[in-house]
Design a protein around this ligand. Structure first.
Ligand SMILES: *Cc1c(COP(=O)(O)O)cnc(C)c1O
Length: 388
């Protein structure tokens, strides 16, 4: 064996960076079964509680009966069915863009867009806290990648002013996945317009949960295709299903169909998945109470955590990170909470920058106000215990 695989694993263990999978024995929800243990959970991205909604399940079941299970081919062969086509039209209408294109995952959508649009000699600019898939898309494209300090349109402007020849694309999370804050999209859009750059927003954690009718971060700021020519949204988070889409102009979408390798060289989503997303989209639009309830939970938590003197990041979304610093400390809190029957996962480098390990606490419309109080009481007791 040429590589010492064991040494790498040991090093991770010593640095408290070893990751371990746990086995979920229930659907997502406020209470889950993990490794056989019943826990009150604050970890999923199923923000609206749609992953186990009866109408979504029924659409999935009926979809499988009508279309079969597997799509059997890539979209450009015979895998693109009526369910995919209708879903693309409905998503485009929902976000207010001329067209939308389905991808199998958000990770692949980001790889596909960036590598189709940029090549060697082009320039890509990204927020330091962007999701890994946006960074990996840049690597796949071969473009020059510059990362600007988190949420700084000023620093971006300086980088754009100094950029060399080639196309210019700026990519940002809409809602940052590990911090929960919103990108300053109006400022970024203005900066892009001033410097002839295109703006791409990855709204994985905004679509469905933020803005009027859950139309996402862009709608929240009153922005659209003119300011943000490329919008990516995922369907496995607030939509509770699986997959992703990219919205843009006719020409953008046609270019992706011709050139995005992560779109072309993969099997189309199962059509039943597309049917389930269509049912979820109806609920996203119709049931504002889910977003209202979620906002009330977040506010209750935020106010309670402040009273307890807990170090929350300045987020008003369903992602409420409790900053703890070193990986060891984040793990201590996570383990202590679990003793109290509560699950909140420790997020460590390299997912977040060194020194900013945290508990990533997320809320879902499934939670009750009493669950927030239970969580706050448990956090307080861990805080007291740590202080001893
Ligand atoms: C989850 C996530 C993705 C990836 O989406 P998947 O559909 O899970 O592959 C991309 N970007 C961001 C910001 C995410 O949080």
């Amino acid at each position: 064996m040429a590589w010492d695989l064991k040494a790498g694993l040991e090093r991770r263990r010593a640095e408290h960076l070893y990751r371990r999978r746990r086995v979920l024995g229930s659907p997502q929800g406020r209470e889950i079964t993990l490794d056989g243990q019943r826990l009150l959970a604050f970890c999923s991205n199923d923000y609206l509680g749609l992953s186990h909604h009866p109408q979504v399940i029924e659409a999935f079941r009926k979809g499988a009966e009508r279309h079969g299970v597997g799509s059997g081919a890539a979209h450009l062969i015979t895998g693109h069915g009526t369910a995919h086509q209708k879903l693309e039209e409905e998503l485009a209408e929902f976000v207010g863009y001329p067209r939308a294109l389905l991808f199998s995952t958000g990770y692949m959508a980001n790889l596909g867009v960036i590598s189709a649009l940029l090549g060697r000699g082009d320039n890509l600019f990204e927020d330091r806290l962007n999701h890994a898939s946006l960074i990996d898309g840049g690597l796949l494209s071969g473009a020059r990648l510059k990362r600007y300090p988190h949420a700084s349109a000023e620093a971006l402007a300086r980088q754009l002013a100094a950029a060399g020849k080639g196309e210019r694309l700026v990519a940002t999370d809409g809602v940052f996945s590990m911090d929960g804050d919103l990108a300053p999209l109006p400022q970024l859009a203005r900066t892009c317009a001033e410097h002839g750059a295109w703006l791409m927003v990855d709204d994985a954690h905004g679509i469905g949960v933020i803005g009027p009718d859950g139309r996402g971060s862009l709608a929240h700021f009153g922005l659209g295709p003119t300011e943000v020519p490329i919008l990516m949204g995922t369907l496995g988070k607030a939509f509770g299903v699986f997959g992703a889409f990219v919205a843009g102009s006719e020409d953008l979408i046609e270019n992706l169909i011709q050139q995005a390798r992560p779109y072309i060289y993969t099997t189309a989503l199962p059509p039943a998945v597309a049917e389930a997303v269509r049912a979820a989209l109806k609920l996203v639009k119709a049931e504002q109470w889910r977003r209202d309830h979620l906002a009330a939970l977040v506010q209750r938590f935020h106010a309670g955590a402040e009273r307890l003197g807990l170090m929350l990041l300045p987020s008003h979304t369903s992602i409420q990170p409790l900053l703890l610093g070193e990986p060891e400390r984040a793990i201590y809190w996570s383990v202590e909470l679990e003793r109290l029957g509560i699950l909140a996962t420790a997020i460590r480098p390299p997912t977040v920058p060194a020194g900013s390990a945290r508990l990533r606490i997320t809320f879902s419309a499934d939670h009750l106000e009493a669950d927030v109080d239970t969580l706050l009481a448990a956090l307080d007791s861990v805080k007291q215990k740590e202080g001893l």
